[in-house]
Design a binder for this molecule. Sequence first.
Ligand code: UT7
Length: 334
Amino acid sequence: MTKHKKYNAIITGLGMYFPDKVLDNAYFEKIVDTTDEWIRTRTGIVERRMLENGATSDLATKAAEDLLRSKNLSPEEIDVIIVATVTPDMFFPATACLVQENIGAKNAWGFDYSAACSGFLFAYHTGCALIESGRAKKVLVIGADKMTAITDYKNRNNCILFGDGAAVVLLEPTEDLNYGLQDSILRVDGSGREALYMKGGGSLYPSTHKTVDNNMHVIYQDGKAVFKVAVKGMADVSYEIMQKNNLNPEDIAYLVPHQANLRIIDATAERMGISKDKVMINIQKYGNTTAATIPSCLVEYYREGKIKKGDKIILSAFGAGYTWGASYLVWAID
Ligand code: UT7
């Protein structure tokens, strides 16, 4: 914990949005050479959602509106909007600007955060730093991705994995340092850049007929390579944050892992020595929604009354970059 800190950042509001259209495993059996059984046993996914009309800002806006409604909060009170995403509506302006206008947060500034599947974790840590420093009083941290926009529906290795969704938390300060974010361990390693990326459309390979012909505007993933480093990275960092904070498995109320593959989640929980009933999971309903996985788990479990004040929670993620890390927080609201 940083010394001389006056404030901690606590989560005081939550919201989410998933589009209605469901792509079930039977759908994929029709479009690629796969089976429901393979998808369930290798990934844990049963369904995912698809946004038919609109973009990531629409997902993020609806999630933010859900939060504002449920908190009865005026958008004018928001100081900062951070949108973690790898599927921004466009390169610029930032998706955060589009959300700001849509929700009427006229006193806010904001920015997008590109850390793929670790996006929410990194953005949450950053949002907390703004609160801890006293520079902001109300920060929206949104994880939102329209993964179907960059998914290759001819590639059976990938297309079964991803879905669309958004979820958001509101961060506010508390002077009681026993609550809120206690610690984070965050890492990046660019040597993993070619194991999971979108090849074209950036300044390296600007969009041309050639990049389209070469199918460079979709997710490329070396699944096996990423699986191996994800298992080790997520398990190691989750274990490390427990050790660093003198936490025993029985102290932890929940592990909230990024939802990429149930086998990676199980390996992480096993390494931490925590039982499956303490692991938040919604991968079966939504697949991998990149930045939306961790916050959507928090929203769903909170709304089901499963999280209580004082619960010690570990968030943990691994994604493209590579990016990975874990945060330890103490839940502050009933
Ligand atoms: O979220 C960011 C980080 N991303 C991740 O954490 C994802 C990490 N990777 C994974 O989750 C897994 O590697 C996958 C789910 C992508 C793939 O699972 P896997 O157990 O690693 O399978 P594999 O790639 O080793 O493939 C095993 C077999 C192959 O066939 P052969 O070569 O053994 O004949 C694949 O061609 O399964 C085949 N296969 C499929 N079969 C049926 C691959 N995709 C499919 C499919 N349906 N959809």
